[in-house]
Design a protein around this ligand. Structure first.
Ligand code: GDP
Ligand code: GDP
Length: 450
């Protein structure tokens, strides 16, 4: 699949500049022939690890002198028809114009996802236009400077979920066509169970999937590969990602397999929720902490599961030791990381795991409405105002959740100047407590004119 992005907007907002930045100038100049009716330009766009086809509609309008709006629209319509997503560019310096409104109204009536981009957002002159752009009714604008390459990470954050969703939809369509979907339509929760060898991963998976679906039967083969990944918990589809390691072990039936951090990192990236399984008798070691911090860094929801609870002698003391270790190792989220204890062998307590998984998944997906966030922000800044930076008090004007999975927020500052990390943490912890995000990683981007 080639994900296709169309850049749309009135003349002079910076479409070509953005196109060039995403494609790389060399490629972009290829079919740029002045004086000739220009065909739309296309190229291979790239933004961090995302690649996509990109269509620029700039210049199309110049070849015609009848009604500009009408002309642009018909040209743009063609680009739109081919696109999976649209970047609607506006100029944050000049503010919005009737032509911007015209595009916005039109795009709102299509079912294509639209990312509103407020270009030329570098410097103070952009503040008014940025605020203006909210009024277009296409959600929060991504403030960007195509010329200076600023804000590209926010464009990435806006684009990434659309690419992921398109890929997931394509995958689902493919699976439906192949006839092995469950037909319910709900996207399965992607769950990974990771942990050192011998902590009981296979035992747990067998228990969760049901005894009759043992992974460890004598006849290896196709059916076994298929059963491992998909099942339903209380009617909700769950996909266990990367059970290859478990299958491999069951075939070889030896416990020497080393858990490579690289391998668990790959598994973590495939998952939405990660259960880190520990052995009650062994505590949390350095390797466990490394994996746990990968989970948090990758923005996944983490659950700690302590297995072999049947062997734990002083349960209160054991649990406290785990919690203390987590709290000191993860200053931000340590005390919030859910800890579940059970015995995969006897089955005792295993029923607590999936409710914790779905709860974390729900928080990970949660969206806080902008109005509620801004009421909250003014409370927070009143209680504890942002510090002075270079003799000036920074003001936080506005806040919005730009995405979920994991929850990611943008806070707009009134002036340039870097907020100290401690203030970011204050907001992060506040969000966590006040909106019930638990231990789910929360990201906040601070944006000023600069
Ligand atoms: P298009 O007609 O939408 O393709 O716009 P262009 O890409 O040709 O840009 C129009 C003008 O805006 C050019 O002079 C660019 O140099 C300028 N421009 C583009 N991006 C930015 C930006 O991020 N900041 C500023 N200040 N100017 C920009
Ligand atoms: P894996 O390497 O993480 O997949 O671990 P296994 O599932 O193969 O389990 C390793 C060993 O621990 C096996 O001998 C299991 O029977 C044992 N085991 C697993 N879960 C429990 C448990 O809850 N309690 C006890 N006592 N032993 C367990």
């Amino acid at each position: 699949m080639t994900f296709t992005v169309a850049i749309i907007g009135r003349p002079n907002v910076g479409k070509s500049t953005l196109f060039n930045r995403l494609v790389g100038k060399r490629l972009a100049l290829v079919d740029d022939q002045p004086g000739v009716t220009r065909d739309r330009r296309e190229g291979q766009g790239r933004l961090a690890d995302l690649t996509f086809r990109i269509i620029d509609t700039a210049g199309l309008e110049e070849a015609f002198d009848d009604s500009l709006a009408g002309r642009m629209r018909s040209q743009t319509e063609r680009a739109l028809a081919d696109a999976d997503a649209v970047l609607l560019l506006v100029d944050a310096r000049t503010g919005t114009t009737p032509l911007d409104n015209h595009f916005a109204n039109w795009l709102r009536s299509t079912d294509k996802p639209v990312i509103l981009v407020a270009n030329k957002a570098e410097g103070k002159a952009a503040q008014g236009g940025l605020m203006d752009a909210y009024a277009l009714g296409l959600g929060s604008p991504v403030p960007l400077s195509a010329e200076h390459g600023e804000g590209m990470e926010m464009l990435y954050d806006a684009l990434r979920p659309l690419v992921d969703a398109a890929e997931a939809a394509e995958k689902a369509a493919r699976e439906a066509a192949e006839g092995d979907g469950d037909g319910k339509g709900e996207r399965p929760l992607a769950l990974a169970i990771v942990g050192r060898p011998n902590v009981g991963k296979s035992t747990l998976v067998n228990r969760m999937l049901g005894e009759e679906r043992m992974l460890t039967g004598p006849e290896a083969g196709v059916t076994r590969d298929a059963i491992a990944s998909d099942w339903a918990w209380k009617g909700r589809p769950v996909r266990l990602v990367d059970t290859a390691g478990l299958r491999r072990k069951s075939r070889v039936s030896e416990k020497l397999e080393k858990l490579s951090v690289a391998e668990s990192l790959r598994t973590i990236r495939l998952a939405e929720v990660v259960v880190l399984l520990l052995d009650a008798a062994e505590g949390l070691d350095k390797q466990d902490l490394t994996i746990a911090s990968h989970v948090v860094e990758e923005g996944r929801a983490l659950i700690i599961a302590v297995n072999k609870w049947d062997l734990a002698r002083d349960r209160d003391a054991t649990l406290k030791a785990f919690r203390d270790r987590l709290a000191t190792s993860f200053a931000q989220v340590g005390h919030n990381i859910p800890v579940v204890t059970f015995s995969a062998m006897t089955g005792q307590g295993v029923d607590k795991l999936m409710p914790a998984v779905f709860k974390a998944h729900e928080a990970w997906n949660r969206r806080v409405p902008t109005a509620a966030l801004n009421r909250w922000l003014s409370d927070m800044t009143e209680r504890h105002p942002p510090p002075m930076v270079k003799g000036r008090r920074l003001r936080l004007r506005y806040m919005t959740q730009i995405k979920s999975r994991p929850p990611t927020f943008a806070v707009f500052q009134s002036s340039r100047g870097e907020l100290p990390d401690s203030y970011g943490r204050y907001l992060q912890n506040g969000l966590r407590d006040d909106f019930g995000f638990g231990a789910v990683p929360i990201r906040i981007y601070f944006r000023s004119g600069k």
